[in-house]
Design a protein around this ligand. Sequence first.
Ligand SMILES: Nc1ncnc2c1ncn2[C@@H]1O[C@H](COP(=O)(O)OP(=O)(O)O)[C@@H](O)[C@H]1O
Ligand SMILES: [Mg+2]
Length: 252
Amino acid sequence: MKLAVAGKGGAGKSTIVSLMARVLSEQGKKVIVIDADPDMNQASLLGIPDDVVITPVSELKELIAERTGTTPGQPAPFFTMNPKVSDIPSKYSVTVGGITLLTMGTIKRGGGGCACPENAFIKSLISHLFIAREEWVILDMEAGIEHLGRGTALGVDHLLVVVEPSKTSIATAHRVNQLARDIGIKKVLIAANKLRNKEDRAIIEDHLPGYDILGFVEYSDEIKEISSFGKSVFSARVTILDQIEKLITTLG
Ligand SMILES: Nc1ncnc2c1ncn2[C@@H]1O[C@H](COP(=O)(O)OP(=O)(O)O)[C@@H](O)[C@H]1O
Ligand SMILES: [Mg+2]
């Protein structure tokens, strides 16, 4: 299963991704988590110790330049759109339990405007992971779906949009849905998160008519505590795991 996860900042993308990875690994499945959120908080959520060095792929400037046929820091009018990336996952990922984490880092725009070689490299890498690997691959993205292009979208089984019951979060879902259509993703699913009551659930259902709602996750103080205290999703007793398991089962 290849899953890309989007949604408004703060809606709970990273939380849902790490909880899904936990449940899947406890089911004995192998999971690759790609952290493409500039916050880069998957290592902490997945309980990877602080002293484990994780190199964000976007920081591999020399390597990216070499593979894309460019010079670091120089304008790149021409570059390779499909650089070799197959050796990157094994070299730059960290595996703990059954979960492999690969961190993309932040792509800064250069003086010339576009960080195109870096973008091409990251897109190729994501595409490679979506297409070449047999494991569950879950991509934790920033608010939009900038890391996906037409090529990358081909490998995505579902785009999961995490939505909390707020106007802005719902507006982001509509926008992401449109972007997803533009790049040819057919399956957009909603994961409703942080629901406190029936009214919250109705807000999501009423404002996203015609959308496929994969499931509902309640607001949980334990989850809130995980991020407040920098804990991992493994360390805490989490009563909403059954709701996460349901999302996974419904995905098939
Ligand atoms: N179901 C939930 N219940 C309570 N708090 C949640 C829930 N899901 C996410 N949060 C909290 O919301 C905040 C944002 O979550 P996060 O996963 O970092 O969002 P995103 O990755 O979309 O920016 C965090 O403090 C997190 O603990
Ligand atoms: Mg996040």
